[in-house]
Design a protein around this ligand. Structure first.
Ligand code: ADE
Length: 230
């Protein structure tokens, strides 16, 4: 079974509408859409915005459905000048840029307990996913995704995240899902399409581009499920 998590309704709509024989299964505050796409078993959920909701959803999905892989699909802000509106990105790794125990001597981003700053995505599955992006007509950029509980709309902050962590993309959920998947031993893929530049213009660009960017990422997810879903 393939698990799909998106933060917002817009980011899951296209996928949910393409699922056959869907049942809505409510667990806690979450609704899981269980169905199939081209005969491949799929479970999908809208987790809500931010790292806490994303973590809740990834944990519940793992325990309730034991997916073979969790794909996080959605939109993101660009931290790199090399990325443009509606470009596709696939994470090689994720980092929580707002995790900070540096006053205690740790590097910024360090997650205690598992002693990690970066959470690598499943290389083989992410490579396959990148091939699926290409099949949908988009050349994906493989890069580091930085997550935190803030919508980044500030050039100074964007430059800090990019420099500190070598990240090209920012969002509010990926690294939390990566964290939960890593702890549970579930392979994960992060697919994010650029909706804004995480700068002064982001508050105008995001609402305009979000739907289009979300659908581009969703199309790659559908291609992946069709080819590699179980
Ligand atoms: N998701 C899409 N754009 C974003 C931004 N600028 N900051 C955080 N999350 C985002």
């Amino acid at each position: 079974m393939t698990g799909i998590i998106a933060a917002m309704k817009t980011e899951l709509e296209l996928i949910r509408n393409k699922l056959d024989n869907v049942t809505e299964e409510k667990h806690g505050g979450l609704v899981f859409y269980r169905g199939s796409y081209k005969g491949k078993e799929t479970v999908a959920a809208i987790c809500g915005i931010g790292k806490v909701y994303a973590s809740m959803c990834a944990e519940a999905m793992t325990l309730l459905y034991a997916p073979d892989v969790i794909i996080n699909t959605g939109v993101a802000g660009a931290l790199s000048d090399k990325l443009h509106m509606l470009d596709c990105t696939v994470a090689d790794k994720c980092v929580q840029y707002d995790m900070d125990t540096s006053p205690l001597g740790d590097p910024v981003g360090f997650v205690s307990g598992i002693s990690k700053i970066y959470f690598p995505a499943d290389k083989d599955l992410s490579d396959r996913f990148a091939e699926c992006c290409k099949k949908t007509g988009k050349e994906p950029v493989v890069c580091t995704v930085a997550s935190g509980d803030a919508f980044v709309a500030d050039t100074k902050k964007k430059k800090w995240i990019s420099k500190e962590f070598g990240a090209s993309v920012c969002d509010m959920e990926s690294a939390a899902i990566a964290h939960v998947c890593t702890v549970n031993g579930v392979p994960f893929i992060i697919s994010r399409c650029i909706s804004d530049g995480a700068d002064d213009g982001a508050k105008f660009d995001f609402p305009t581009m979000c739907g289009m960017a979300a659908d581009i990422s969703s199309n790659a997810v559908l291609e992946f499920i069709e080819r590699y879903g179980g």
